[in-house]
Design a protein. Structure first.
Ligand code: ADP
Ligand code: MG
Length: 419
């Protein structure tokens, strides 16, 4: 019984009460007494006892009625009731059990029997409570897992879709990129032709002279290569994006495979580029890549990309929050990504920002699913818990956080290079 727990003795007979209280005291068990049904109910509502020993024959409402009322009240329904009575006939016993009693102790009391039954029922109550707690805990854990599964399922469906689109983009992009060089050549050749014409026929007819003027040929000739260049740049950029999308959404097979983490980081940064850019409230975020000499790492690269995405997106959010709070207006917003290997043959990736930082109270809870400090619609609270699961459970790695509130945050991932 917990230190605050007590047993409620209900009996109108002082002799019975003193026998019972002596028995319980001798075992060091706390108890309180009530001398009728009404006051027993009132006491039990105020402070729930662990167990009630209830006399049947009492003035006022009898024990059966008291039990019925206790069981009907949600506050007291779970308290085990043991009847104590001289009524030993089968009908009374059955009625007692029917009303929800857990046991029956006949009078006159045998001290050993009273104690034995009390002990059994206290233990049963404890076991029931601990089982209920376990069920609650497990249910909560299951719910969290379910949320993560649904989220991962969504991500993987989305990933397939994007990888599909990125793949489909390939053909049209290659029409453009493969046709640009010949177009370039043709245009150069046509320009040469025009120059040659001008050389050979320095005095064109008035119609030609008018047309040359209307077209502003000099400007067109000058502008054409610039247009071609910007077409090339645009096509290149689409191609990079499409490659990054495909690398990023790479679907992992069931087994780990050697992967290039730098490529993963680069494709993630490419996809997040729109968020890194100057957004009106701040200048663009400077990304510093301190890439070390990383070998290929045996991993699920698609999942690791998910980790990079979650951590870098959080870093951008943290910088935006610091800017909104007016904290780092004087410094350049920065994200520093450092990769290296350590003495335990682990690949270590650090992602550091100079954003708002994390207060100590929140640091404890970061990796809990659904823990977020962001407004509804912005944060889901799943990013870090998914990242943690991927790094720690899927890759036997470590994910650590280091943060100075107001200064910035560093997340450090370490995963085995070969596993
Ligand atoms: N780089 C960071 N700087 C400051 N706070 C962070 C950083 N990364 C995570 N956090 C904090 O951890 C919380 C949980 O992050 P996460 O699990 O990704 O969920 P969400 O981003 O949806 O809120 C965030 O709401 C934020 O308070
Ligand atoms: Mg997040």
């Amino acid at each position: 019984m917990s230190p605050k727990g007590f047993i409620l003795l209900v009996d109108d007979n002082p002799t019975n009460l003193s026998v019972l209280s002596e028995a319980l005291s001798s075992e060091g068990l706390n108890f309180r007494v009530a001398i009728d049904g009404e006051s027993a109910i009132a006491q039990a509502e105020r402070n729930q006892p662990e167990l009630i020993l209830l006399d049947v024959q009492m003035p006022g409402i009898n024990g059966f009625e008291t039990c019925r009322r206790l069981k009907a009240n949600p506050l007291t329904t779970n308290i085990p009731v043991i009847f104590t009575t001289a009524l030993a006939d089968t009908d009374s016993k059955t009625k007692g059990f029917f009303l929800g009693a857990v046991d029956y102790i006949p009078k006159p009391f045998a001290q050993e029997e009273v104690l034995a039954r009390v002990r059994v029922h206290l233990r049963l109550k404890q076991l029931t409570e601990s089982l209920e707690q376990q069920v609650r805990d497990r249910t909560a854990a299951l719910q969290q897992t379910q949320v993560q599964l649904v989220q991962q399922e969504k991500l993987s469906a989305l990933g397939e879709l994007i990888a599909g689109i990125a793949h489909e983009m390939n053909n049209p992009i290659s029409f453009i990129t493969s046709n640009l060089p010949p177009l370039d050549e043709y245009i150069a050749a046509v320009c040469e032709m025009l120059e040659l014409y001008a050389q050979e026929y320095p005095e064109p007819t008035p119609t030609i002279t008018d047309a040359i003027e209307a077209l502003d040929v000099d400007f067109v000739l000058e502008d054409m290569p610039k247009i071609l260049n910007s077409l090339k740049l645009g096509a290149e950029r689409i191609q990079n994006l499409s490659n990054s999308l495909r690398t990023f959404c790479r679907s992992d097979s069931d087994n780990k495979a050697p992967g290039n983490l730098h490529q993963g980081l680069d494709s993630t940064l490419m996809i997040l580029q729109h968020r890194l850019k100057n957004n009106g409230d701040r200048s663009s975020i400077e990304v510093i890549r301190n890439y070390g000499n990383l070998p290929e790492v045996n991993c699920f690269l698609g999942q690791m990309n998910q980790v990079f995405m979650n951590l870098i997106a959080n870093a951008i959010d943290a910088i935006d929050e610091a800017i909104a709070a007016g904290k780092i207006s004087s410094v350049v917003p920065q994200i520093t990504i450092t990769t290296t290997t350590d003495a335990h043959n682990m690949a270590v990736i650090s992602i550091a920002d100079n954003g708002c930082g994390i207060p100590a109270s929140a640091q404890q809870r970061l990796f809990e699913p659904l823990f977020t400090t962001k407004p509804v619609g912005k944060g889901t609270g799943l990013g870090l818990s998914i990242a943690h699961q991927i790094v720690v459970e899927k890759h036997n790695g470590k994910l650590e956080v280091n943060s100075q509130p107001g200064m910035g945050t560093e997340f450090k991932i370490a995963i085995p290079i070969s596993s």
